[in-house]
Design a protein around this ligand. Structure first.
Ligand SMILES: NC(=[NH2+])NCCC[C@H](N)C(=O)O
Ligand SMILES: O=C(O)CCC(=O)C(=O)O
Ligand SMILES: [Fe+2]
Length: 362
């Protein structure tokens, strides 16, 4: 396969003619290749390098030290090799998940919303380096979404309306070298939000599945349609060659849903290599309470409550983690169902509201 297309992001995206042209070219690259590259700015590069250094330093520590970085109220923190499930099989990735760091005093934590709480940071340097890198990618994600909106023929702010206080998160990953018994890094899957923005070292191991004419793709947000494990052993898969100083970008489940499959959530998988490998996958996401509806003619029951999708997916990844146990023990799924109901009512087309609300709204 030829090299991936590489773009450079403008400092800001206003909706100019050149912004529209760039957005269209990005969409074309995704629909053909399923992925494109972004050249990193000097500032991005520095922050990414510092985050990689902190990651190497963290993963070098003894297992018992790393294993202390867990939380029973969030999915932030350490995931040991073999702990995460993808399509029912253990992944060999070792991970530190960075989710929104919400203080105990926050009303959402007090009200026991699922997935909300403080992050169990290993130390202050690690916290700072990961925050600077994710904040930088937050700005990248916003500019990308503005270009994507333009490329889809929408208002420049049509997609970023969903990402105010977005539930952005990141997986800081280490893959061990392969052994005679272990070759799987992470099984084939799609990720859950709008954009996946990833960085990797020079080792290699990531593969993506480009769009395939006529191929049925699952809707990962529906209970009966997990995309995990799909087409894992069927070609075509594109090796994502490590290239210095670039990020790779592809769509997640929410972009597939919004566009009714015009853009597909890019399936990808990771194979172990002969050397250990480090990567960071950042996810640019809607607000936890967002109720997302397709961009064209949504029916009343066509929506994804993003916080429910996120919670469902993380419970599926970590069925035995204390966070999952606590969600079940404290019946936090009922709280989540209330949040979903609220979100659905807030975004329902007026004619679909129950009659008393219908009157109040009109
Ligand atoms: N938390 C993640 N994004 N994990 C990516 C791997 C796939 C995940 N285990 C799943 O079943 O969907
Ligand atoms: O290792 C990579 O490059 C990607 C990891 C990944 O797919 C994930 O963390 O969801
Ligand atoms: Fe992924």
């Amino acid at each position: 396969m030829a090299d991936l297309v590489t773009f450079q992001l403008p400092q800001s995206v206003s909706g100019s003619e050149s912004d529209v042209a760039l957005g269209l070219t990005m969409i074309r690259a995704w629909r053909r290749d399923g992925i494109f590259q972004l050249r990193m700015s000097e500032a991005q590069l520095e922050k990414a390098q510092r985050a990689f250094e902190s990651s190497r330093r963290f993963f070098r520590q003894p297992l018992e030290d790393k294993a202390r970085c867990v939380s029973d109220s969030t999915y932030s923190g350490y995931v040991a090799s073999g702990e995460e499930l993808t399509a029912g099989e253990a992944d060999y990735s070792e991970i530190f998940t960075v989710c929104k760091d919400v203080p105990l005093t926050d009303a959402r934590v007090q009200a026991r919303w699922p997935c909300h709480g403080p992050a169990p940071w290993p130390d202050e340097t690690y916290r700072r380096d990961m925050k600077e890198h994710t904040d930088e990618l937050g700005s990248t994600g916003e500019r990308l979404l503005r270009l994507v909106a333009l490329g889809l023929g929408l208002e420049v702010g049509a997609l970023t309306a969903l990402t105010r206080d977005g539930w952005h998160h990141m997986r800081v990953l280490r893959f061990p070298a392969r052994s005679t018994t272990a070759t799987r890094g992470i099984g084939a899957h799609t990720d859950y939000g709008l954009l996946v923005i990833a960085a990797q070292d020079d080792v290699g191991g990531l593969y993506i599945r480009p769009p395939v004419e006529g191929e049925k793709r699952r809707r990962n947000w529906l209970p009966g349609e997990s995309s995990a494990g799909m087409y894992e052993h069927d070609e075509p898969w594109t090796f994502v060659k490590p290239v210095p100083d670039v990020l790779t970008v592809f769509p997640g489940d929410i972009l597939q849903f919004l566009t009714r499959g015009y853009l597909l959530s890019t399936p990808h998988k990771v194979a172990l290599n002969t050397r250990e490998r480090f990567a960071m996958a950042y996810f640019h996401e809607p607000h936890f309470e967002a109720c997302v509806r397709p961009l064209t003619t949504p029916g009343p029951d066509e929506y994804i409550h993003y916080g429910s999708h996120f919670t469902n997916m993380f419970m599926r990844c970590y069925p035995d983690r204390i966070t999952t146990q606590r969600i079940l023990d404290e019946d936090r799924l009922t709280t989540l169902a209330w949040l979903r109901e609220d979100a659905v009512l807030r975004t329902a087309p007026v004619e679909d509201l129950p009659l008393p609300l219908h009157r109040a709204a009109s």
